[in-house]
Design a binder for this molecule. Structure first.
Ligand code: FES
Length: 119
């Protein structure tokens, strides 16, 4: 059974963006990238760190030796333990896309944000 939970208002973005929520025992982080909201489980598939305590940033894009191209600004979640980088728009590990964070559907109704959790 799935249940939809209210988590906040878009107008309170500073209070809810990149924050960790715990609802009915499920911890997840709430993220906004270019106007779209995402909810990712607070569990790194590598060794189980609280991934949502990691920094949100960009990353180094493929480039030549001695070249440094930065991109995907504010779209990368970096695990605080070993630095694995996940794309916040799809939950995929950058270097191994089949490895993925567990996500939950986010729904926006007017100014309200809801996350659907599996119980
Ligand atoms: S536990 Fe997240 S990168 Fe190792």
């Amino acid at each position: 059974m799935k249940r939809k939970h209210w988590v906040g208002k878009i107008s309170d973005i500073q209070q809810i963006k990149n924050k960790i929520f715990k609802i009915e025992g499920i911890e997840f982080g709430l993220y906004e990238v270019k106007g779209t909201w995402y909810a990712w489980n607070n569990f790194c598939p590598h060794m189980g760190a609280s991934i949502c305590k990691g920094l949100v940033s960009g990353t180094r894009l493929p480039s030549l030796v001695y070249e440094y191209k930065y991109g995907m600004s504010d779209q990368i979640l970096r695990c605080p333990w070993h630095g694995w980088e996940f794309d916040l728009t799809n939950g995929r590990l950058l270097v191994e896309p089949q490895t993925k964070l567990r996500g939950y559907p986010v729904e926006i109704q007017d100014d309200e944000i809801y996350v659907t959790l599996p119980k």
